[in-house]
Design a protein around this ligand. Structure first.
Ligand code: DQA
Length: 140
């Protein structure tokens, strides 16, 4: 299977920002580990990051039909982007929503996701392993 791992706004700064919440590893390090993880299970993955909402929507649209699954950490867009929600609703490729932190144990605005309803499922609170669990969900 072939997967697309998408990271949204501010996630390029993983390992530099709020390390107590998101850990000390950079996004490149995490993505390398995910690449190895996926390969070890006989699958493939591409990676994309953008801080720009429209670029994330366009990428999801372009991915439609070209991947078996999308793993998406939309960052703060999760909580209010109807554009991203529509992008996900508009593709047949299943999307699994991911968060490294337990968003339900944080500020109230993070308790709401406008994306979950149009996603296949959601994995949160397990740091970088949230991505691994989300990927695994496609082949388990
Ligand atoms: C996040 C949680 C969001 O609330 C936050 O805005 C992020 C990262 C997470 O991975 O825990 O940027 O998606």
């Amino acid at each position: 299977m072939k997967f697309l791992v998408i990271n949204g706004v501010n996630l390029a700064r993983t390992g530099k920002r709020e390390r107590g919440v998101y850990g000390e590893e950079t996004l490149d390090t995490i993505n390398s580990e995910l690449q190895a993880f996926v390969k070890a299970h006989g699958h493939e993955a591409d990676f994309f990051q953008s801080d720009v909402e429209g670029e994330l929507c366009a990428k999801i649209g372009q991915a439609d039909g070209n991947y078996d699954g999308i793993v998406l950490n939309a960052g703060a867009y999760t909580h209010y982007s109807y554009a991203l929600r529509d992008a996900i609703a508009g593709v047949s490729t299943p999307v699994v929503e991911v968060h490294m932190s337990n968003v339900h144990a944080r500020e109230e605005f993070r308790n709401t996701s406008v994306l979950t309803e149009v996603c296949r499922g959601e994995v949160l609170g397990f740091g970088k392993n949230s991505y691994k669990l989300a990927l695994e969900s496609f082949w388990l």
